[in-house]
Design a protein around this ligand. Structure first.
Ligand SMILES: Cc1cc2nc3c(=O)[nH]c(=O)nc-3n(C[C@H](O)[C@H](O)[C@H](O)COP(=O)(O)OP(=O)(O)OC[C@H]3O[C@@H](n4cnc5c(N)ncnc54)[C@H](O)[C@@H]3O)c2cc1C
Length: 232
């Protein structure tokens, strides 16, 4: 079993309640884009707490990072309090929610925090100059809840497009409204048959989207990859 001790170097506010936690990356910590790991944090009174997180960083970046919504759970409260410089433990890298298999065209479908594994893959593909056509369909509550928005919009547009849908948008919002649905998918991804589909987020969301893809649009299951953020 692989294990690393890593130092917290930065906490980055992505939205009012979503934060990234960035750590020094040991040279021998190797992972594929979109993989996840076990993150053990020290309790004040001794002992540890752990959660799984997908890496929101890309293997092309010199640090490792995960991103989460800060809630009132024991783990998240402790995580949020960790001083910069704290050493935590990362153990076991798992998952195959990864672009590494050289697809020509892909579509990422994610709601809220599901962006983490997608961001890792998209950043990896762009940094590695992989020839791949990528579309991101990204559902959130409102404009202020969109994690990584500025970064996603600054990515080179030749091989990457992002479309948002908002369930409780600001009055000024002129784009798609509601939750990810058949019409939103078909309008923005007319070549859906040619793409590999990557769906990530809470189990409820991934199951709902899988149903829309397979039952309504007739996307065959073998071109769908899923990452269930169990516990979310
Ligand atoms: C592969 C994978 C990738 C993930 N990636 C992310 C990510 O990038 N960002 C992110 O924020 N979260 C991610 N998660 C979810 C994360 O591990 C936490 O479960 C989640 O953030 C909720 O934590 P909490 O402290 O707010 O809730 P908690 O208080 O810990 O849990 C809420 C409820 O879920 C149950 N639960 C918690 N964890 C699990 C589990 N592993 N299996 C079964 N039940 C569980 C608890 O018993 C409780 O009932 C991922 C999970 C998996 C499995």
């Amino acid at each position: 079993m692989s294990e690393w001790k890593v130092k917290l170097i930065e906490k980055i506010e992505r939205t009012e309640d979503i934060k990234s936690f960035r750590f020094e990356r040991p040279e021998d910590l190797k992972y594929l884009p979109g993989q996840f790991s076990y993150f053990y944090i020290p309790k004040e009174e001794g002992g540890e707490l752990f959660h799984h997180f997908s890496f929101s960083s890309s293997p092309t970046e010199p640090f490792v990072e995960f991103t989460t919504q800060i809630r009132e759970s024991e783990y998240k409260k402790r995580l949020n309090q960790l001083p910069i410089g704290t050493t935590i433990r990362i153990s076991t890298i798992l998952g195959n929610f990864s672009l590494i298999n050289k697809y020509n065209k892909v579509a990422f479908l994610c709601g809220g925090i599901g962006i983490t594994a997608a961001r890792s893959n998209i950043k990896w593909a762009i940094d590695s100059q992989v020839e791949i056509d990528m579309v991101l369909l990204y559902g959130n509550r409102n404009l202020n809840n969109i994690a990584f928005k500025t970064e996603l919009e600054a990515l080179p547009a030749e091989n990457f497009k992002v479309f948002y849908i908002l369930s409780q948008p600001e009055e000024s919002w002129k784009g798609w409204k509601g939750r990810i649905n058949e019409q939103f998918i078909l309008s923005n991804v007319p070549d859906w048959e040619d793409r590999m589909w990557f769906v990530s987020g809470s189990p409820a969301m991934v199951n709902t989207i899988e149903k829309i893809l397979t039952d309504d649009i007739c996307v065959p299951m073998h071109i769908i990859r899923e990452e269930f953020y169990i516990g979310y």
